[in-house]
Design a protein. Sequence first.
Length: 555
Amino acid sequence: MTAPTIVLGPLLRHVDATEATVWVETDAPCEVRVRCGDVEATARTWGVHGHHYVLLALEGLEPGTATPYAVDLDGATVWPSAGDRPSTVRTRGRGDDVRIAFGSCRKAEGVDAEALGRFGADALVAMATRMSSAGHEDWPDAMLFVGDQIYADEPSEDLRARLRARRAAGEGPQGAIGADEVTEEICDFEEYTWLYHESWAPADVRWLLSTVPTCMILDDHDLRDDWNSSWSWRQEIRTRPWWRDRVVGAFSSYWVYQHLGNLSPRELESDVLYAAVRAAGSDAEREQLLADFSWRADTEPGSARWSYHRDFGRTRLLVVDSRCSRRLDPDDRAMVDEAEWEWVRETALDADVDHLLIGTSLPFLLLPGLHHLEGWNEATAEGAWGRAYGAVAEKIRLAVDLEHWAAFRSSFDAMVELVQQVATGPRPPASVLWLSGDVHCSYLAEAHVEGVDADRTTVRQLTMSPFRNPLNVPIQVANRLAQTPAVARALRGLSRRAGVTEPAISWDVDDGPWFDNGVMTVVLHGRAAAVDVDHAWVDPTGTQGLRRTLHRRLT
């Protein structure tokens, strides 16, 4: 019998002072053991659709230490193998210093000359290169992936070839076979695994994910471009015969590959679905559990919560799902449904911290011109200028992706109100920072919120995108124009004529926009905050690395 091997991972996910979780996918059922110094954890894999997974919790680790770990399958050590860089668990110490790197939007198309020419250097590979020669004190304590790690609707040419072959053989979701629009799109759980394997398996990325704790959240390309943009989009997409398979594949795989690792060991212990999946008597039973959960999560968003939080000393990272839990009724649009928004409010207001970081895949504060454009578009699409123009506005919304927080004005105003409450409490944080991606450019914006003393609490939008998926030049030009005062004033006037009122917040983009692949790192020390902006490049030897574009003090 062939010995089991690791297919994907290990991924280091949740880490605090004394605990860590490690996720692994194997090619066969087996017993997995993770050894970290004197601490170890063992569990048997559970299977879904012919794939085998385990998430192990290491408990009783020593605070403030950096300890290499190893992974055994059925008693044989398989990670790291000979010559590999050691994977390390770095637990939090007593201090409150923290470094959190973040970004979004990554195409995993290989690193040959053609791919580097089309997509540029890969920021994750570049970060692994930097970490290989840097001390642990310069490594990020965690990485936040704010969406679009995978592109179900835009797979690589290699995966499209596999999809064509699978469809030709009559395999896969029956609703997709023969449907021209999805012949070359990912549609079920098996095909979603291809995306994760392609994205996370390259050696440098694999090592990075094995040694830096990660937090993740989904965005539209996990399902399809424009996902949940509007009521009409939603009604139309549900008529497609392949939609249910896509939803079940997307959410089932997201739950397995991304969501479980966002949870702490205590949260995992109380997760009803996780307990049911592990206790199920067969793969088929697990598959049905995940399918039922996934379809319900899409059709009844209040039945699932993808938002979560992590604490790093006196810093709270609150990650908000700004895609799945939307309310799309034209008369009651909201970025986050009522139940999830109440959880977000409570989690923010209950935090006695020096820094509140709000991770949301879609930027809360856009370039000013785009903000006003989206406000105008939402108002006119919902009938501010009459029914005929509303239909035109809906087409514009979908054509140019006008579906950020600015296009859900009730939720935008609710977020501003939440920040006002957080920043005017008895002990306000030194900073409230939105960490976002999605828009394929990066920038820093400083906000001024009514009633908030900027000398006590700085409020800023930090946007980093892409890791690796650059905008074409015409869209870059459009973004630069949207930042100019003249264009912003014109679009603000347009939104006013559609009845949009000014929010209780104003902001200026003080750095950027940049359009190169890269990564941002928030650096927190006590009540001081700073940000490093690094962009990826390929040096003359062909090595992918990072160059520092900006270091900015925020407080």
